[in-house]
Design a protein around this ligand. Sequence first.
Ligand SMILES: [Zn+2]
Length: 411
Amino acid sequence: MQINPARLQQHFEAMSLIGKIGETGTNRPAHSPDEKKAFELAASWMQEAGMTTRIDNFGNLIGHLEGKDASLPVLMMGSHLDSQPYGGRFDGVAGVLCAIEVATTLKENNITPNRSIEIISFADEEGWRFNKGLFGSKGILGKLEEGDLQRKDKDGVTREQALKEFGCDITKFKQDEYKQGSIFCFLELHIEQGPVLDVANKSIGVVSGISGPLWWTLKLKGMAGHAGSVPMHLRKDAMLGAAEIIVALNQIATQVPNAPTVGTVGTLNVFPASRNIIAEEVTMTIDLRDIDLERRNKYEQQLRNKIDEITTKHQLTYSISEDTNSEPRYCANWIKDIIHNKCRALNLDAPELMSGPFHDSLPMSYATDYGMIFIRSKDGISHNPLEYSSYEDLVIGTNVLLGTVLEILKK
Ligand SMILES: [Zn+2]
């Protein structure tokens, strides 16, 4: 059994017209009229696959294919149709459209599954509009947090207002939550958004898990002084401390060759930021990720020691605020095994790799077993109109997803 490559490509092309920017870009904000249009189009394809469709009160699009035994926990697949404001046409879209293609192929082959299948396009995965993502996937699991509805976008519109305009009723959240045990497993196909598969020249990969980021804001404090008059050995230069810490983080994250550990300082705020004043204060962000929590914890300790050592050397004081500390979430071994077997059956060499970015699978992992298939991203580019995955690779990934679904349906 094989999926229909021409139909899959046609669906991607039709979807790319909604919120299109430039030649290849997409701007489809969460809970927006463009997202609604995307939902209507995807819903029409879900209906062709024999699914009933609805938009729930969190703003998720859900297609439901009733199984022979509707009391069994559902097999759920999906991703998201919202995009970054200057995004591409594959991020999230792939997980929804490839799942629809799988369901359509089942219908064409007259397969009525034992358990129901659901395809979901989660609301606001991207998180830029209200500065917090994964709204829909957290919503259905009853994991929304205090203040989530009062967050405002740049025009002052609250999430509550945006949901209302989208047609959602926030007083009915409870009825759209999924009960513990009602989801058998969750499958998400996604573009890699990084260069690992492209460099290895592989079409698809099997995700081992989503690494948990450790996010810090580190503040270094020294003493401002005239850049012309304070001798080098008498300085308390916060910038120099910051520079050494950046290098130290890089050394810590690269000490095991080829390990997936990544460490990044993405921002520096310097005070008073004058060319002839020694920096008194530097505030920097630190992002440390690893799929191996034990190793990440070890590296965190090494970094703390280094920060101590470097600040002492330069007579600086410092403070660390921990902004996020999430643990890695591993894909279920039994699902990974099925995906690997399907790849072998198709003569594919699909390496295992971790996901640095988070996905809707992250909240889902707390409710059910999950598995992810990654599709090669050309040059590793994503969150950019230049984002590109070939239809050949998407077809391969969708066939693996189809095989995986057929195998899981035997359970
Ligand atoms: Zn995504």
